[in-house]
Structures are given as C-alpha cells and as structure tokens.
Design a protein around this ligand. Structure first.
Ligand SMILES: Cc1ncc(C[n+]2csc(CCOP(=O)(O)OP(=O)(O)O)c2C)c(N)n1
Ligand SMILES: [Mg+2]
Length: 350
C-alpha cells in the first residue's frame, strides 16, 4: 500500500484514540453527561472500512460512533461540541454522543437502539437500488445485535431485493457484560448470513490493512450490483461497555492478555480508576495502532519524527475541539423545538 495511504490511516487511528480518551477525560470532569460508549481498541474497524468508502457511499452505525463520524470527515470540534450538548455540535446539541448525524457526508446516523441500524440501512439501500446508482451502504452493528428480529428481517429483505448493503459486524466479543458464547447459539456471526443466502466472511479486525483491502474489494462488488455481503471483523474494546461500566465481568486472564503485568494498580491514579491506560494495553496486546506503526516502520514508510509530528498535530486538534465545545453556547429551550415536526391538527380516526 502507498506510503501516503498508510500515513492517513495511522493518523486517523491516532486521532480516534486521542479523541476518545479526551472525551472520557471531559466526561469525568463533568463537562458533559449522559451515556458515553468509547472505541479504543477497535479503531482498525472504522478506519479500515471507512477509508475504503467513496464519498457517495452511505454509513449507518450504532451508539459507539464518534470515530466513524470523525473518520468520515465530520470535524472533531463539531463532534466534541455535540457530546457537550452545545449549539455548534453536528446536530446542534440535540443528539449527543449516541445520535451523531451528518447528512452532508452521507453519515446517516448513530443509533442507540440495538438492531436499529439494519432497517435504516436497507431503507437507504432500497433508495439506491431504485435509482440504479453505483453506491453502497455500510451498516455497522455489534455482535450483541444479531439476536434482534430486525437482523433477520433486514437480511432477508436485503437478499431478496439484492440491496447494495455491506453489513459490518464489529465483533468485540461482548454485549455489555455478556460474552458472545453466552448470548448466541452461533458464535461465528458471519455463518448466520448463509440462512439468507448472503455471502459472508470473517477477518482480523485488528489489522487495518487487511480490513481496508477486504472492504475495498467488497464495496466494489456491491456497487456494481453484486448484492449484499456480511463482513465480520474480530476486534476488542479496551474499556468497559460505557463510562458507567467498570468492566469487571471480563475474566482476569483475558484482560491480562491486553494489559501489563500489574494493570489495575498502575491505573489506580488514572481518571478511570479501573482501567489501565490504552498505551499500557497497547504495549502488550494486539493493538491495531501498534500493528500498523510497526508495519509502516519495517517497510521504511514511517520514521519516528513523522510519528511524533502526527501526535503533536492531533493533540493540538483535540485541544482545539474541546475549547470550541466549551465556548459554544447551550441551545435555548425554544431552539430545542425548532426541528420537531409536530402534527398540529387534531385527527379523529374511525
Ligand atoms: C433494543 C435494545 N435493547 C437493549 C439495549 C441496551 N444495550 C445498549 S448497548 C447493548 C449491547 C450491545 O452490544 P453489541 O451489539 O455487541 O455492541 P457493542 O456495545 O459491543 O459495541 C445493550 C444490550 C438497547 N440499547 N437497545
Ligand atoms: Mg459487542
């Protein structure tokens, strides 16, 4: 892969991690409230997939979606301000962390309801199909979302009408605290697609280059009328399910495989008391950022100075995003109703 592309992907993974860690910090300071689901550990999924998308493709995703929007091109300050519930947020502060939406970039939303993404994605796919356009819809969902009825209904319709949808399972092995083998009779998510005659495969979601190459191939196929496809990406979230989750349900041996020898005591003074820092985890575990950095360095495509510069730029960008969010005003009560469509008529249905 070209040096420039590798740099772009690495930069986006570093931006993603820095953004999320800063969001956790601001949340802990009380600068915003509500639910907050973070993405560290899973960056190779959003970056690998979205770097393969054309601007004309659509993206539909879940509540763990800040990084998807960031990689798609929504400015970090507009996302940060949205988390803060401010007027300059990408949804004017009305969506918050779980409901980012950026129509201009064909980012058709993050959704809080598990399993909500599929019907939205096939609706968009149906519109693309009717217009006979060479466009694809990328539908992200978690491993915990495959037991929802909408999964089955949507896959059936997608297959029946050969809709241009790439279903992307972010399999981080957990549905909150429940590991996949405890909630799913079939633990290889991709195998479920066979029930609807949809081709599918599973690959390593920690390796951004593989994710990117595979997604490029699949999107090309889908845009040229190949019908839906399901791609399962195996990944791991370094943090708990959300900021409210200390993650204590994960077996020590598993978490230790991602941490240094003494993870909890090292992290004791960190903002999030129960976790090691993601840098510490990355030192010992299969971290997607470390993987790509090593690959690029071995190939002579990245030198220390470039990496340091990248990190420096990113730190400035994230600082600016937080300043922007803090300075943006809160929406007024009146503004809260601006985008509501209320049926003012009284209708009696008999
Ligand atoms: C219909 C519905 N049921 C329950 C919930 C509560 N809930 C929020 S996230 C979640 C787990 C989803 O896990 P997964 O799909 O694997 O995504 P991950 O959080 O691991 O990214 C649940 C059960 C919800 N939001 N919607
Ligand atoms: Mg999961």
């Amino acid at each position: 892969m070209e040096r420039e592309q590798i740099h772009k992907m690495l930069r986006d993974m570093l931006r993603a991690r820095a953004f999320e860690e800063r969001a956790a910090e601001e949340y802990s300071k009380g600068n915003f409230t509500g639910f907050l689901h973070l993405y560290p550990g899973e960056e190779a999924v959003a970056v690998g997939v979205i770097h393969a998308a054309e601007p004309s493709d659509y993206i539909v995703t879940t509540y763990r979606e800040h990084v998807h929007a960031l990689v798609r091109g929504t400015p970090s300050k507009a996302i940060m301000a949205e988390l803060f519930g401010r007027r300059d947020g990408v949804c004017k502060g009305m969506g918050g962390s779980m409901h980012l939406f950026d129509a201009e970039r064909r980012f058709m939303g993050g959704y809080a309801i598990v399993g909500e993404t599929y019907p939205i994605a096939i609706g968009v796919g149906y519109a693309v199909m009717l217009r006979k356009l060479p466009e694809a819809v990328i539908c992200f969902f978690g491993d915990g979302a495959v037991n929802q009825g909408t999964f089955h209904e949507s896959l059936n319709m997608a297959a029946l009408w050969r809709l241009p949808v790439l279903f992307v399972c972010e399999n981080n092995h957990y549905q909150i605290g429940t590991e996949i083998h405890r909630h799913s009779a079939v633990t290889d998510v991709y195998k479920r697609a066979a029930a609807y005659n949809i081709p599918a495969e599973k690959i390593n979601g920690m390796d951004v280059l593989t994710v990117n190459r595979t997604t490029q191939r699949l999107l090309k196929q889908i845009r040229s009328g190949g019908g839906p496809y399901l791609l399962e990406l195996e990944t791991y979230r370094f943090r708990g399910h959300s900021m409210a989750d200390p993650g204590t349900y994960r077996p020590a041996v598993e978490v230790h495989s991602f941490t240094t020898q003494d993870p909890i005591s090292i992290a004791a003074h960190e903002i999030e008391l129960n976790y090691p820092t993601t840098d510490q985890i990355a030192e010992v575990g299969p971290d997607c950022i470390t993987l790509l950095t090593q690959h690029a360095q071995e190939k002579g495509q990245l030198i220390e100075q470039e990496l340091a510069l990248m990190k420096d730029d990113i730190a400035k960008e994230i600082d600016a995003a937080v300043d922007f969010a803090l300075q943006s005003p809160q929406p007024t009560l009146e503004e809260c109703l601006d985008d509501f469509n209320i049926n003012q008529r009284t209708e009696i249905l008999i």
